[in-house]
Design a binder for this molecule. Structure first.
Ligand SMILES: [Zn+2]
Length: 348
């Protein structure tokens, strides 16, 4: 019996190794104008299995490697649906360089309709970087993305939206990494050309050895040009948000001289570089008369939380003036949740 178990184990390990090399084999192929899909299999020590779908589109001529990831959070649908449209539309004959597209990074979250986390190991893929070679399934997926996909990317775009309970104003964002000015400048230029009105930058203070946690922050730490789109809300597919994402990606590809289907930058770009976060201190039922995109004033009451009998437990207060970039928009609230992200602009 032990021998059979050993051979079975070897068989699984071998399968795993072969499957993981599939990406490298396709990516390194010298054949132009091709589109190949691979599924990278994962199996962890807890018995969780799954795969990462990856489409590799090689253009007619040599050029940059541009990666697009959707579904790191599987309940954020507009990024996933926009990516599906791109997969259908993009003609390799008209492409310069290579596109790597991960249409749904967290399939278990998608198919079980679970916000934020992978229900198999209860981990958030967007909190798991750099990942672990031998960890639970989310750690392994993060590790694979970093070692194989980020490593070969020139530009890395991670597309998100408001998750199931979140209202959100569409925006494009990048890290203001002062130590890598060239990459930061190009991430800013891609953001400005995306067609999104709101261009948001985050401060970047990560050292080389700290865990990046977030998917596109890992790409920044690894010296790549990286940015993120946030578009869509409340676990729904809004046609206008799908279109914004699609157009945003075409505009970025055009900026990179890789594909020509752009519509140009927004005529009235609004820059934001300072975010404050209103946090909940209690569990309860959340109320607010505000929505994403509304202006709020410092010290204004922006919502409140009651217990199950209607007694007010907490009033939520704006920490700064600004617009609501995203906010909780459904009743359940848990202590430590971000109730609201308020965004403003300060001159350096
Ligand atoms: Zn997300």
């Amino acid at each position: 019996m032990k021998t059979i178990a050993f051979f079975l184990l070897m068989f699984f390990i071998l399968q795993f190794t072969v499957a993981q090399n599939d990406f490298q084999r396709v990516f390194n192929s010298k054949i132009n104008s091709t589109k190949e899909n691979v599924r990278i299999e994962f199996l962890d020590d807890l018995g969780n299995s799954g795969y990462l779908p990856i489409s590799i589109i090689k253009g007619k001529t040599h050029g940059p490697v541009f990666t697009i990831v959707a579904g790191v959070h599987g309940y954020e649908y507009p990024p996933i649906i926009a990516t599906q449209a791109l997969l259908k539309e993009i003609n390799p004959e008209e492409l310069r360089g290579t596109l790597i597209i991960i249409p749904i990074a967290n399939l278990a979250s998608f198919y079980t309709r679970t916000p934020f986390i992978n229900p198999q190991d209860q981990k958030n893929l967007n909190n798991a970087f750099p990942g672990k070679k031998v960890g639970s399934i989310t750690d392994r997926i993060a590790f694979f993305i970093r070692e194989n996909i980020i490593a070969v990317s020139d530009v890395f775009l991670d597309v998100h939206g408001g998750d199931a309970p979140e209202d959100l104003l569409p925006f494009v964002c990048y890290y203001d990494n002062q130590r890598k000015q060239e990459q930061t400048n190009l991430a800013k230029k891609l953001s400005e050309n995306s067609g999104f009105q709101y261009v948001v930058s985050y401060p970047y203070k990560l050292t080389a050895t700290e865990a990046a946690k977030y998917t596109f922050k890992q790409a920044v730490q690894d010296g790549k040009i990286a940015l993120s789109i946030e578009c869509g809300k409340l676990g729904n597919v809004q046609k206008e948000n799908v279109n914004l994402i699609q157009q945003g990606i075409y505009n970025m590809l055009e900026t990179m001289d890789m594909y020509y289907n752009g519509t140009g930058a927004h005529k009235d770009i609004v820059y934001r570089n300072r975010q404050t976060y209103v946090k909940a201190n209690v569990d309860g039922i959340f109320y607010s008369n505000f929505k994403a995109g509304d202006e709020v004033k410092k010290d204004e009451v922006v919502g409140y939380t009651t217990d199950e009998f209607g007694t007010i437990l907490e009033e939520h207060i704006a920490i700064s003036d600004g617009i609501i970039l995203y906010m909780l928009a459904t009743p359940p609230v848990n202590a430590k949740d971000t109730v609201m992200c308020i965004s403003s602009y300060v001159e350096n």
